[in-house]
Design a protein around this ligand. Structure first.
Ligand code: NAP
Length: 297
């Protein structure tokens, strides 16, 4: 029996499936012309169960797409120097094409020092400061996977960004900040909100597009949403709960991403695609389509 979907729901699973199918073709082309299988190294530090689950999901998608997945599993208590040393080894290893450090990394590791140790060519998760600079300027880069996945969802559903008022809640370097830059590059008028923002409900009520990236369950209330607004919920809190009060927002919005099944699958699919593209670039292979990384806006 075909499931009846609410037409307001943005289907991240369906789009992610297509992205993964295209990545699998790229992997096949690379293997066919070089004999080398693209490989993603995932670095996990400590024993956070949520991080372990995310890493398992990413590794499974990697293998489903025909790529190699390498796990570097380090104990709690690993120092910044040890972690940087591991990243440098992966950076110098020609059989590794992409490096993902699962975050958050435990305190007191200097997260920034760890991220900066990833060579830009292998920065498939888009965490280095060099990548963020390129994203702001709209230059080709491996864009952080969640904002890139969101931009693809917006494009897939024909959301007009030119001149629209987009409100991004959250300013983290991997999500809110690059998201705001990409929306600016797509000619939206962007308001970037954070924990010190005053009158947040009033700001959100003026938004044509709302991007919630807060990390607080059901934080954005349905009553804040303007009639006809597009609501993107990047939140992923324990119990599969987003950052938006989904039931409250469904009535006024025109489109909304469910949690799960919205932004999450697009994040992983984008990571896998970046790894295939990174491998192609490192080995000088032109793919079935143009292998040049996408422009970040
Ligand atoms: P983060 O680094 O903790 O950043 C959270 C942001 O929310 C910060 O900028 C913070 O402001 C802001 N914030 C916190 N409380 C607020 C409040 N009361 N009012 C307004 N803003 C507030 O989190 P993140 O890594 O960006 O992740 C955000 C969410 O996305 C989380 O739920 C995370 O699980 C989810 N996520 C999902 C995916 C996916 O694949 N679906 C990937 C990554 C992250 P300050 O800067 O002022 O502290």
């Amino acid at each position: 029996m075909t499931e009846q979907r609410n037409p307001k729901l943005m289907d991240g699973r369906g789009l992610a499936k297509r992205v993964l199918e295209s990545a699998a073709k790229k992997v096949e082309t690379i293997r066919g012309s070089t004999g080398v299988t693209p490989a993603l190294a995932t670095v996990l530090v400590g024993d956070d169960p949520a991080s372990a689950t995310y890493v398992r999901m990413k590794r499974k998608r990697c293998e489903d797409t025909g790529m190699k997945s390498l796990l570097v599993d380090l104990p709690h208590g690993t120092s910044t120097e040890q972690l940087v040393g591991e990243i440098q080894k992966l950076g110098a290893d020609p059989t590794v094409h992409g490096i993902l450090v699962q975050h958050p990394v435990p305190q007191p590791i200097d997260k920034r020092a760890v991220f900066e140790a990833i060579p830009p060519a292998k920065d498939v998760d888009g965490v280095t400061s060099a990548t963020l600079g390129r994203v702001i300027l709209g230059l080709p880069a491996f864009i952080p996977c969640t904002p890139e996945g969101i931009m693809r969802l917006l494009s897939e559903y024909g959301v007009a960004l030119d001149g629209a008022h987009a409100v991004v809640i959250g300013r983290s370097p991997i999500l809110g900040r690059p998201m705001a830059s990409m929306l600016i590059n797509a000619h939206a008028t962007v308001t970037l909100c954070h924990s010190r923002t005053r009158s947040l409900p009033t700001i959100v009520r003026n938004a044509d597009v709302v991007i919630a990236a807060v990390g607080r369950p059901r934080f954005v209330q349905g009553g804040w949403i303007k009639v006809g607004a597009v609501v993107i919920d990047a939140g992923y809190n324990p119990g599969n709960i987003g950052d938006v009060d989904f039931d409250g927002a469904l009535e006024p919005c025109s489109l909304i991403t469910p949690v799960p099944g919205g932004v999450g699958p697009m994040t992983i699919a984008t990571l896998i695609e970046h790894t295939a593209d990174a491998a192609a670039q490192q080995m000088g292979v032109a793919g079935p389509e143009d292998q040049e990384t996408k422009r970040s806006g």
